[in-house]
Design a protein around this ligand. Structure first.
Ligand SMILES: *[C@@H]1O[C@H](CO)[C@@H](O)[C@H](O)[C@H]1NC(C)=O
Ligand SMILES: *[C@@H]1O[C@H](CO)[C@@H](O)[C@H](O)[C@H]1NC(C)=O
Ligand SMILES: *[C@@H]1O[C@H](CO)[C@@H](O)[C@H](O)[C@H]1NC(C)=O
Length: 258
């Protein structure tokens, strides 16, 4: 019970198996303004445009409509995802997001491989860590000191890459924690962020205490994403090293609203 007390903003906390085809997070902002028929139409046109333009480069941001009814949208795949999987993910996301928020103008949807978002307010270039979803393994590491040292060094390395010009906002890598244990990590920002804003977002993600001493963790924001695991989870996938571990690992998830 004391545990719950520390997280007053939690509205869901549960143990779960994560299937890669399900959304990993979603938001329909009930505080945003209500849609009008014109806005709904613009959202549909915007999503069509995003679905068409995202798969090639893995990223697109665009707007549709004018004045009060203008809608801004962004779609991005995880930086390591091949373009075919990216395309499949974006198509599914553009379809699904229409159903999650029929009455409000601020919607966001995350899958393992991609992210899509729209709003009548222009959110481009702004760091947004207000809405947060975390998945952490139920299991703790056995040797926190060694593990955290390796994790810190790896995160520093990949965040520097993610936050550098020309990196497309993504950094990934691996390091040996011991002879038998390898740690894999990926960090990513939405590509509308400046390198400075990207580093700022990743810093906030890395400070998430819910991940402390966990064997794996994913911190998901609207502007950036950080994940580490003791098994390979990013492309190119080494089949020998990646069994069904992502399906049998138990995670706790928590969602915090601003
Ligand atoms: C992990 O560590 C936390 C904090 O020390 C503890 O409350 C929890 O019971 C541990 N979980 C497991 C599965 O050992
Ligand atoms: C990790 O250890 C393996 C086997 O000992 C070695 O082949 C590999 O190069 C090491 N990787 C890193 C990143 O040091
Ligand atoms: C996950 O949780 C289930 C149910 O509590 C348990 O049976 C299973 O052994 C756990 N798996 C792992 C990898 O910890």
């Amino acid at each position: 019970m004391a545990f719950c007390f520390h997280y007053l903003l939690i509205f869901s906390l549960c143990i779960l198996y994560v299937e890669s085809t399900d959304p990993i997070a979603q938001l329909c902002n009930q505080d945003s303004k209500t849609t009008t028929p014109q806005i709904t139409q613009n959202i549909h046109s915007l999503l069509t445009k995003l679905a068409q333009t995202t798969s090639e480069s893995g990223y697109s941001k665009t707007s549709f409509g004018k004045g009060q009814a203008q809608v801004f949208g962004l779609a991005q795949c995880r930086g390591d995802v091949p373009s075919q999987d990216c395309s499949t993910c974006i198509q599914a996301a553009a379809k699904k997001i229409k159903t999650i928020c029929p009455n409000r103008v601020d919607a966001r949807l995350w899958y393992d491989y991609c992210f899509i978002r729209y709003n009548t307010n222009n959110f481009f270039g702004k760091v947004d860590t207000g809405y947060e979803t975390i998945y952490s393994t139920v299991e703790n590491v056995t040797d926190p000191k060694t593990f955290n040292h390796a994790l810190g060094a790896l995160m520093y390395e990949i965040n520097t890459v993610a936050g550098a010009l020309g990196s497309k906002g993504v950094g990934k890598g691996e390091t040996n924690v011991s002879h038998f244990v390898t740690l894999y990590a990926l960090s990513q920002c939405t590509r509308d962020l400046s390198p400075f804003s990207c580093r700022k977002c990743l810093e906030i993600a890395n400070g998430e205490t819910f991940c402390d001493n966990k064997k794996g963790c994913r911190v998901i924001y609207s502007s950036c994403y950080v994940r580490y695991e003791l098994y390979p989870f990013f492309f190119p996938v080494d089949k020998k090293l990646a069994p069904e571990s992502s399906l049998v690992t138990n995670y706790s998830s928590v969602v915090r609203k601003p």
